[in-house]
Design a protein around this ligand. Structure first.
Ligand code: SF4
Ligand code: MG
Length: 370
């Protein structure tokens, strides 16, 4: 399956009074069409900043410093159909190679990035009120969103909205159209946010811990809903979570993050049965029990996560790694490398100097099946 989104060498930092903080420091990851990539890691490892960087949603004093966010443009992309594309946007689209557009080159205030956010890549959050307004009815908001991105009449937008509300499992959608967010339960609000995000049929949904604030039953229902819609619309999902139970249930592939880097990306079975990176191994060792609905939050492993102001030189994990090689791991930042599985084919990408061997070809982000 070809990559739909390929993030390469992404660095995002914050210029604070205390100094420059590098929240994302060279992320490489790949999301494939129609597949689910789970991004896991402890809080503060840069998961959310990576997601926000993809859509140029990092706010000042944060900024993308370097790297590429390559997105596959479909035949029917609507990027330049928006009125008055800026010079920068036209240049970015012209510079697309092999059908991959670098989203970091789009005008941050232009119409193209807004079109990307509206109809190509949608994002949902833990807190629905980030995307839903308290002062308009949910129906009004979803209908307006549809009308911003598609040429439909008010009446058509209303009918579409009711269909969308029904699709996400909101009962009596004709009546719920006129509800305000405060009149909905947490789970229903989450459904309304999903209806809003998916109304324009994005090819990729980025979901940043969408179920963390919900009770276990509602959490399961929302995850199921996302999976159903994913299948219906053949949509890719990038799901950010720190719950390995969720990963086991929904992921096709997993990217493990530590201190602003993806340290390992591989298929979900390879992750659970044959982890390679010392951090991934430590994470899995820290899970005491396994059961389908058990809460399996990432628990602490040996040592402390270094403060981002105080990033270790070399491999960011060397201060906690049981396999660290003195004089090497504290000097060299491991590159992302393709690593072969037992049958000799490349099955993942790992950032660890233990795998810096002749059979590991140094190239960009590569994972199973590429
Ligand atoms: Fe451990 Fe060295 Fe690998 Fe980093 S590069 S994970 S310190 S062995
Ligand atoms: Mg977060």
């Amino acid at each position: 399956v070809p990559p739909l989104l390929s993030v390469r060498g992404l660095r995002t930092g914050f210029d604070l009074d205390e100094g420059h903080v590098r929240a994302v420091d060279g992320v490489d990851l790949t999301v494939r069409s129609g597949h689910t990539l789970c991004v896991v890691g402890e809080s503060g490892c840069g998961k959310s900043i990576t997601a926000r960087s993809i859509l140029q949603l990092v706010e000042r004093p944060g900024r993308i410093i370097e790297g590429q966010v390559l997105y596959r443009l479909g035949q029917d992309h609507r990027l330049l159909k928006a009125p008055h594309p800026s010079r920068q946007d036209r240049a970015a689209v012209r510079a697309a190679t092999d059908g991959m557009l670098d989203l970091t080159r789009l005008d941050p205030k232009g119409t193209a990035i807004r079109a990307v956010r509206g109809s190509e890549i949608a994002m949902i959050f833990q807190e629905p009120m980030v995307s839903l307004s308290p002062v308009h009815t949910i129906g009004h908001q979803i209908a307006e969103n549809i009308r911003t991105h598609e040429e439909v009449t008010k009446k058509e937008a209303r009918e579409r909205t009711i269909d969308e509300l029904r699709r996400v499992g909101i009962p009596r959608p004709e009546r719920r159209f006129d509800s305000y967010t405060f009149q909905l339960s947490g789970g229903m609000r989450q459904r309304a946010m999903i209806a809003m995000a998916l109304a324009c049929r994005p090819k990729l949904l980025i979901a940043d811990e969408p179920t963390t604030a919900l009770d276990v039953t509602t959490q399961a229902q929302i995850l199921e809903l996302i999976q159903e819609l994913q299948e219906q619309f053949d949509m890719a999902v990038m799901l950010i979570t720190h719950d390995l139970g969720v990963v086991a249930e929904v992921a096709d592939e997993v990217a493990v993050m530590y201190l602003g880097l993806v340290v390992e990306q591989c298929g979900v079975d390879d992750l659970f049965h044959d982890p390679r990176h010392p951090y991934t191994k430590a994470l899995l060792d820290s899970i005491p029990t396994v059961g389908p609905r058990a809460k399996r939050r990432l628990t602490a492993i040996r040592g402390m996560v270094p403060h981002p102001y105080d990033r270790p030189v070399g491999c960011p994990f060397h201060t906690r790694c049981v396999s660290a090689m003195p004089g090497v791991c504290d000097a060299v930042v491991p590159p992302t490398q393709a690593v072969t599985g037992p049958d000799g084919t490349v099955d993942r990408a790992v950032r660890c100097l233990l795998y810096d061997s002749a059979e590991s070809v140094r190239r960009g982000p590569i994972t199973a099946g590429e």
